[in-house]
Design a protein. Sequence first.
Length: 157
Amino acid sequence: MKILIGADKGGFRLKEAIALHLKEQGVEFEDLGTLDPEHPRDFTSIATDVASAISEGRAERGILVCGTGMGMAVTANKFKSVRAAVVESQYAAAYSRKINDANVLCLGGFIIGDTMGCEIADAFLNTGFVEGFPQWRVDFLNSQKALLAELETKNFK
């Protein structure tokens, strides 16, 4: 699984903590910046780079961090097949994957501490779509995902 991470200045500290955590776990990822807080990238350019890679099939997951996570999510969700979720707990991270098949995790560096951010990233990366659900729920969630794909096809021309 190819994972991309990125942050603006407001998310730099948390992105760096998550990057170190992923390295320590042996998880491969690509850091698209901000690489130096003295020369930050803006949230729209980073979210565009990550979301376009996912939309085009060049990556499977993304982790984006700005001050609140909202700007990254708003931008990333402008791309077809991107399901970006702003998350502030491990529970929400796991359920964004299990129920919504989120493929981009958006975090707020002003809101979430380093330890919690790493735990949230773990939950996001280690949970599968419909994981642990009974078959009736799996069928329902797959039908909803198909309906959302139809909406995307209609709205993203």
